[in-house]
Every structure is written in structure tokens, then in C-alpha cells.
Unconditional design. Structure first.
Length: 202
């Protein structure tokens, strides 16, 4: 059963499994397209396996078949759908759990690349990170700061009523748990300034 379709992949649910099938791109040479889809699928698998080894909550990975990634289906609700419906205590709790996952992921040298509340699932009072399709292995301060910048932008645009308390809670935990957090947060501030200058000059 198809449960989602994006620009890069079709998502199918089969029992307790999720199949992510990368879409063929007709504008690419078929051999190159096939190679790229296989490589990106294997890379996503490796990112998820590394994240799990470092105790980040991500779905279990079962196998890769060519350009199809087969993982556990997490039968919860996206954080996007529930965040603004939570009471203040639950809201803080969910944001703390998001922060702990990001801190573990960055400490392990993994950046997600698409940290939005659509790619977070609340299941049995735990937050799971999903969709590592744009992720990378990186210990660069810039890459970690960009991850946080993307999250902040997603919170501001989708959760305007609660974004500030959410992001402040996440940053407070991040500071305590990530060794190079001070550098990352300084870079985040620089990225935000660059964005403001770009908008003024448009």
C-alpha cells in the first residue's frame, strides 16, 4: 500500500515494514540513474545503522534491494501533526527528546539534512527521526549548524505559536550534550545573519 509519494521516492507499507523506493529520473542516463539511486539508498541505510549504533531513535533497518530501502514502520504520529496540540509539560518533554536525538546524532558525526517536524515521529512516548535521504557523515561545525538552522526555520514556519519555547528547549539540551556545541551555536548565529543580509539585498 502506497502511503506517501515525494520528488525522490515512493513510500509503501507492507505489514510492519516500510519500503522506500527511489524514483527513476528520466532526465538522467539510465545507467547513471540506476547507479545514483543504489548509492543513495545504501548511504541512507549506512547513516541509519550508524545512528542506531549511537542510540539515536531511528527505525530498524532490514535490508536494501537495489534502490529500495526496507525498514521498520513506526506506527506513530508525526511531530508536525501533534506539536501545537500538546500541553506545556508534554511540549517540553517532546522537545527535550528531539534534542537528545539530535545531540547523539551530531556527536556521532551524522547530520540529517532535513530536520523538520515532518521527519520526526512520536511513538510510545519516544521521538524517532526518519528519512535520512539528505543526510551525510560529517563532523563539520557548518554542517551541524545548518541542521539546526533548518530545524529552526521549520519550527518558525510550521509551529509559529510554540517555536520559541521548542527551539530554546532544544538548544539548552544540545549545549549540555554536544562537546562542540558552543562553536555550532556561534556558526548558527552567523548563518542567520547571512540569511538576513541576503534577504535585504534581494
Amino acid at each position: 500500500m502506497i502511503i506517501g509519494r515525494g520528488a525522490e521516492a515512493v513510500l509503501k507499507k507492507e505489514g510492519d515494514k516500510l519500503l522506500k523506493d527511489r524514483i527513476k529520473k528520466s532526465y538522467r542516463i539510465p545507467e547513471l540513474d540506476n547507479k545514483l539511486r543504489k548509492e543513495r539508498t545504501r548511504k541512507e541505510m549506512n547513516l541509519m545503522l550508524a545512528a542506531r549504533r549511537n542510540r539515536v531513535n531511528v527505525p530498524s533497518v532490514f535490508e536494501v534491494k537495489d534502490s529500495i530501502l526496507e525498514t521498520e514502520f513506526i506506527d506513530g504520529k508525526t511531530v508536525r501533526d501533534i506539536l501545537e496540540k500538546l500541553g506545556s509539560k508534554e511540549l517540553k518533554d517532546v522537545c527535550e527528546k528531539i534534542a537528545v536525538n539530535i545531540a547523539k546524532m551530531h556527536t556521532a558525526g551524522i547530520v540529517h539534512g532535513d530536520l523538520t517536524t515532518s521527519n520526526m515521529i512520536l511513538y510510545k512516548n519516544e521521538v524517532y527521526l526518519i528519512d535520512f535521504g539528505l543526510g551525510n557523515f560529517s563532523n563539520k561545525i557548518e554542517d551541524k549548524a545548518v541542521d539546526l538552522h533548518l530545524l529552526k526555520e521549520a519550527l518558525v514556519s510550521k509551529h509559529n505559536k510554540v517555536w520559541e519555547i521548542c527551539f530554546n528547549t532544544i538548544i539548552d539540551i544540545y549545549k549540555k550534550q554536544v562537546k562542540d556545541s558552543e562553536q555550532v551555536i556561534k556558526r548558527l548565529e552567523q548563518i542567520e545573519k547571512r540569511g538576513r543580509y541576503t534577504k535585504k539585498g534581494e
